[in-house]
Design a protein around this ligand. Structure first.
Ligand code: NAD
Ligand code: G6P
Ligand code: MN
Length: 441
């Protein structure tokens, strides 16, 4: 059985320990020759990397494992590249969230002005990293899930139009499917969803029972109305995620056609959400106090003990398992179905060809084969065209260094929708991002 070489870009991420555990558990299905962690932050990476060395020595001695800050060492001879960088770290995420909130506008990592700010930071570093990767591994599959995935996908589409081995993907649709399985009392692999949208802005039109073909959406609608909606792993989630999933009930009361992605709450209830988010303690603060703290503390305990035995409770989450399944579907030409971000070209018939949309696709060694959903109704089309324009204008602003395009991107965004507010927030974001953004004139 072929062994694959894989590098994780952003090796010091809070999600890396979960990946390392999942690679160990999935080694029979997806054997690795070499696993490398790459990060620009040596300190952050060494904690995760030293934990990884101990874990791999105990559970996966047959694979070569190492971590590095050297590009050549990281990218040589790779089959797969998993990209999970957070440009500017949690310090900048906090500003992305807090600056808009100071002006009564949604402050969120991927939606609205926060997503715009993070998008411009990610674009620059993602493009640079992909040129570096291609220098050493021209044929590796690049799986990107660095956020904001919608804006990054649009940037990569423009920068690398002929590179068909870059795939942008997000796990949230899959998380929603898993939540449905919890509610239905079945395994998530028994469900066969139909989905359309943009990243973090989509809907399930059907959730079929894979075996019988029955559409379970009516049953789910009734169950959600009666019991609400919870993440599959609710017991391990922070308070804000439980509130987020809780909003699905309200979304389905107001718009009962489809089952929404949880991120719809920011676009459809921007005033309500902005009023209910705490401007002094946003999700960035919550993550720093929970996931980040827990992951780094646990790694340090294991490093001090020199063994994972008796210590390991970093959960190997659904996220890692999902991304590894994506890689396996490509590696083994399985043509399994995933909800992924692709250039539209008719998948959603009444949206533009060059929009990066999120739909179901069969995924094999020759890339994704997206499934068509036909025409979408006017309401959804209007929402998505609006957001697509905002995302495209963000990338126009990046390439043209255009303040005007940036202003238009924020103004047209449903979470802002007001040119005066857009200008004030943009000016504050420019100041906060001066070490990261191209100059906007
Ligand atoms: P984190 O800050 O803990 O980890 C990110 C790491 O990236 C840091 O160690 C940082 O030093 C590193 N980094 C920053 N710039 C880099 C660069 N240019 N090259 C290499 N490494 C770089 O963040 P996190 O919360 O663990 O999330 C990691 C990323 O994964 C984020 O972009 C997040 O949004 C994304 N994510 C996406 C999904 C999805 O479904 N799309 C799911 C989970 C996480
Ligand atoms: C979901 C989203 C991702 C996001 C992740 C973590 O999986 O799809 O895009 O990065 O949640 O979000 P958090 O707020 O916990 O860092
Ligand atoms: Mn996502």
């Amino acid at each position: 059985m072929k062994k694959y070489n894989l590098v994780i870009v952003g090796g010091g991420s809070t999600f890396t320990p979960g990946f390392l555990k999942s690679f160990c558990h999935m080694k029979e299905q997806f054997p690795l020759g070499k696993l490398v962690l790459f990060d620009i932050d040596a300190e952050r990476q060494s904690v995760i990397g030293e934990f990884g060395k101990i874990l791999f020595k105990e559970l996966y001695p047959e694979a070569v494992f190492h971590y590095t800050t050297d590009i050549a060492e990281a990218y040589q001879d790779m089959d797969f590249v998993f990209m999970q960088m957070r440009v500017g770290g949690y310090k900048m995420r906090e500003l992305d969230e807090k600056i808009p909130l100071q002006h009564g506008i949604i402050g969120q990592e991927t939606c609205g002005p926060g997503g715009f700010a993070y998008g411009l930071r990610s674009t620059k570093e993602m493009i640079k990293a992909i040129y570096d990767i291609r220098q050493y591994s021209p044929n590796a599959w690049i799986l990107n899930y660095s956020n904001p995935a919608a804006i990054v996908a649009e940037a990569l589409r423009r920068e690398f139009p002929n590179d068909k081995k870059i795939l942008n993907i997000c796990d949230q649709p899959e998380n929603v499917v898993r939540s449905c399985s919890r509610l239905l009392g079945c395994h998530f692999k028994e469900l066969d969803p139909v989905y359309f949208g943009l990243n973090h802005y989509g809907w399930f039109t059907h959730i079929y029972n894979k075996k019988t073909g029955e559409d379970l959406l009516p049953k789910l609608r009734a169950l959600i109305a009666e019991r609400g909606f919870l993440p599959q792993d609710a017991e391990q989630r922070d308070k804000s995620w439980l509130e987020t999933y809780g909003m699905v009930k309200q979304l389905m009361e107001d718009f009962p056609d489809y089952l929404p992605n949880t991120y719809n709450q920011y676009y459809l209830y921007p005033d309500y959400k902005a009023k209910h988010l705490d401007p002094n303690f946003t999700r960035a603060n919550e993550v720093m106090a929970s996931r980040e703290k827990r992951v780094f503390e646990e790694c340090k305990v294991i490093i001090n003990a020199g063994t994972t035995k008796g210590y390991i409770n970093i959960h190997e989450d659904a996220h890692a398992e999902f991304m590894i399944e994506v890689a396996m579907s490509i590696a083994y030409n399985k043509n399994d179905r995933f909800i992924i971000i692709v250039e539209n070209y008719g998948a959603i018939n009444n949206l533009p060809d060059d929009g990066m949309v999120e739909v179901v696709a069969e995924l094999g060694s020759n890339g994704p084969k997206p499934m068509r959903v036909g025409n979408i109704p006017t309401f959804y089309k209007g929402l998505l065209e609006n957001q697509l324009a905002s995302e495209k204008l963000a990338i126009d602003a990046y390439y043209e260094g255009s303040y005007q395009k940036a202003l238009e991107s924020l103004t047209i965004n449903r979470t802002v929708n007001d040119a005066k507010k857009a200008r004030i927030i943009l000016d504050a974001l420019i100041e906060a991002n001066k070490d990261y953004w191209p100059e906007l004139k």
